[in-house]
Design a protein around this ligand. Structure first.
Ligand code: HMG
Length: 404
């Protein structure tokens, strides 16, 4: 036997900066205006706009799901950067469509990725997207020649007429992780906080989540403060060394509450204006679970022109619960990667088709009523204008197709 170290591995370069090279966003075909929901529910609209900090939420068409949204988010990345170096696709979701086959494998096929790419789905409530990011950073640190495609995609669905109903939503963010990032370099230290708590969960036989709303709010704040303490203990930045904050946004007011609590805890002065730019997209999509904090990042990178070299704090919370606080430095020139015109997030959100409350309720009910079993054969109506559609089910298997 020889020395055992192959030429391929012995040639690995030393540690390099790793982070996000580029990111892109997709959402559902429809939008429900929360003024309409408030009128239907007999609620003062200010409760939704001010009390929760939400204006609307995305509603996927019958021929859309987490796979079509996730692949649609990833497509512009593949079109701009190609597939070179990609050897892993990680798909984070908590609204998965199969108990065994990963959404990553289906997205891999739809995107035409090479067979030399591993494909895996990750789950821990809304934290899954950040778990995928951290795993991707590790893969790239191990071999900086590799790139990882991360897709975070979710449909947030609660029971009709429940207190959580106005906090539903849908969306996907895809990003490429690699060495020498042009967008955001992620710093090595992170803060962690895990605790087994029943604040939000979705048993296998349910299409809507169960939630203890009050408990979820305190569990979120506990996770932020715990993550901050851990980050500080691991040599993280002082409060004044953080230029911008991004939080998981189940509803944007939640991020404000948590940020105020962090300010008291860390002895830092905070203002509600600190977070406003990062709320821009989430206020319009509603909760996109795993994608939510990355949608906040997308908004900040699109709308804040003063980020060169600035340090971001990015807090991810997944019920159940896991919190992680990462920090990253925005690379000078990030503005050149912005998508414009029809490819911009603003245009994507503007292009959604409004849905009336009655139609939204019927669509919602179709996911849990009789005949909704996901393994029943069917043809789905042709509604989406996105690049991929969920065409139907044949022999129990979901069929997807490229539309354009
Ligand atoms: P609710 O019954 O609507 O609560 O449920 P509320 O009556 O307390 O009202 C909410 C706010 O509106 C209050 O403000 C009211 O004062 C205000 P606050 O005191 O909290 O600052 N309000 C008004 N404001 C202006 N004008 C008015 C008016 N009326 C009332 N006229 C709850 C709220 C969050 C419990 C519910 O929406 C819910 O259960 N949501 C789902 C759970 C959730 O999102 N939890 C967040 C933390 S957990 C998390 O982030 C994880 C998650 O994303 C899942 C995952 O990890 O996978 C959910």
């Amino acid at each position: 036997m020889g020395g055992g170290v192959s030429e391929a591995t012995s040639a690995l370069p030393g540690p390099v900066p790793v982070g996000i090279l580029d990111l892109a966003v997709a959402t559902g075909h429809h939008v429900l205006d929360l003024d309409d929901l408030a009128a239907h529910n007999g609620v003062d609209p200010a409760k939704y706009h001010v009390g929760l900090g939400q204006d609307a939420f995305s509603v996927p068409a019958p021929d859309e799901d987490i796979v079509t949204m996730g692949a649609a988010a990833a497509l512009p990345l593949i079109e701009r950067h190609g597939v070179e170096g990609i050897r892993t696709v990680l798909f984070a979701t908590e609204s998965g469509v199969d108990q065994s086959k990963s959404a990553a494998v289906v997205a891999h096929g739809l995107l035409g990725l090479p067979s030399t790419v591993r494909a895996v789905e990750l789950k821990q409530a809304c934290y899954g997207g950040t778990a995928a990011l951290v795993a991707a950073l590790g893969i790239v640190a191990r071999d900086p020649r590799e790139r990882v495609l991360v897709i975070a995609s979710d449909v947030a669905r609660y029971d009709l007429d429940s207190a959580a109903e106005p906090t539903q939503g849908a969306g996907a963010v895809a990003f490429l992780v690699g060495a020498h990032p042009e967008l955001v370099e992620i710093e090595p230290a992170s803060g962690l906080f895990s605790a087994d708590v029943d604040d939000f969960w979705r048993p296998n036989d349910r299409s809507t989540a169960l939630v203890d709303g009050r408990l979820s709010v305190t569990a979120y704040v506990d996770a932020l403060l715990g993550s901050w303490d851990d980050l500080a203990a691991r040599g993280g930045p002082a409060p004044h060394e953080i230029d911008r904050w991004l939080h998981h946004q189940p509803f944007t007011k939640m991020a404000l509450k948590a940020h105020r609590a962090w300010g008291k805890h860390a002895g830092a002065e905070t203002s509600d204006d600190d977070l406003a730019t990062g709320f821009t997209y989430n206020r319009r999509t509603g909760n996109s679970y795993t994608a939510s904090v990355f949608l906040a990042l997308a908004a900040l990178l699109d709308l804040d022109d003063d980020l060169d070299g600035r340090r971001l704090a990015l807090f991810s919370y997944g019920s159940g619960s896991v919190g992680e606080l990462l920090t990253g430095i925005v690379k000078p020139g990030y503005r050149t990667l912005r998508r414009t015109d029809a490819g911009s997030v603003a245009a994507t959100l503007d292009a959604r088709t409004p849905i009336a409350v009655g139609d939204y309720r019927a669509l919602h009910a179709s996911h849990s009523g009789p005949g909704s079993a996901s393994s029943l054969d069917r043809e789905n109506p042709r509604v989406t204008t996105g690049p991929f559609r969920f065409a139907g089910v044949t022999g129990g298997a979901r069929r997807y197709e490229r539309t354009a």
